[in-house]
Design a protein around this ligand. Sequence first.
Ligand SMILES: Nc1ncnc2c1ncn2[C@@H]1O[C@H](COP(=O)(O)OP(=O)(O)OP(=O)(O)O)[C@@H](O)[C@H]1O
Length: 376
Amino acid sequence: MDLEERLFLVKRFPTEEVLTEDELREYLETGQELKHYIGFEISGFVHIGTGVISMSKLVDMQRAGIKTSILLADVHSWLNDKLGGDLGAIRRAATGYFGRTLAKAIEVLGGDPSRVEFVLASDMFEKNENYWYQVLDLARQVTMADAKHSLTIMGRKYGESAKLAWFIYPLMQVVDVYSLGTHIAQGGVDQRKAYVLAREVWDRVRLMPLRLGERSVKPIIVLHHLIPALNLKGTESREELSEAKMSKSKPDTALFLHDQPDEVRRKVLNAYCPPKVLEGNPVLDLARVFSFREPRKTPFTVEKPAQFGGGRLEFWTFEELAKAYGDGAVHPLDLKKTVAEEVVNAMAPFHEWFTKGDGAVLLEEMRRLMGSARPG
Ligand SMILES: Nc1ncnc2c1ncn2[C@@H]1O[C@H](COP(=O)(O)OP(=O)(O)OP(=O)(O)O)[C@@H](O)[C@H]1O
């Protein structure tokens, strides 16, 4: 595969930003193997933001010949009190339901899960004896102002009552990049602040500099699109949008990979979908993710009910659909009906796995862990 094709795969939707494209080109040109990672907290069910959007970019990286890895951030989840702060439950969920569901998603999306390295954060700490020294060494160098800047807006809202752990967390995320030796760190755009910090400190990470051949280099950051909460209501800034993202801790905002077809239909038909609005419209996003990432073999068809004149509109690309929707030629309800069926079809392999395959047992175990997690 030539360089331009590899660049295209890394940069195409759902990628929103690459820091920086010049470095990406330069690192690829060296011909050295590049390593990628994306990290997840283990806190609940896998939704399409993590299972489909994040994993489709990981599959793009694989196709581009980049070595991919997933960090199952058990200790980070514990610091953030996920699953009731029960580290044992978090670990079981990480290596069971969560990791295996992400592996299934990679397979469904056309990737090869056996070539993805799954790393449990606590195992990584054990293997890399310098990890905590590196976190502390950064703590000596990073100011409180920088650490505050890397918190989410939720974190910042807490002011003086913010937990000290929340300031340690971004330093750990920075050190994860280097400890895993990753040249390309991937995350949703809500992860931007932590990863900008990771780039800024690149020449101060003395215990585990990032190597490319003989050189020490800065990590490249690939930030992907966040699918909004299905019940999102008119948010404006990018920062607000990252708080209004589909999230596993807010189940009513999310389409989960295990949702039954009728549940998927119900959620899509009830989703926020303002007429003519393209930005922050979760239903259009669903169409883009599920219906237009690969060239279509049949058209995306929107039927108009007879009482509104009848007829059908056919689209082959997302750009055509977005233009017609922005012009008011497609009604939100008609769009939702087509999108609901497209999503149900695309999710059929997950439905099968969660009802008749290994997913059924894993899901049951996750339900139990979520119900019985004990604070630790
Ligand atoms: N709605 C989304 N769309 C696309 N990517 C997402 C979405 N939500 C999370 N991600 C990405 O998945 C990775 C892990 O995020 P995270 O574990 O916080 O998911 P989450 O569902 O928001 O969970 P939680 O509710 O526990 O914070 C991050 O890179 C994040 O940007």
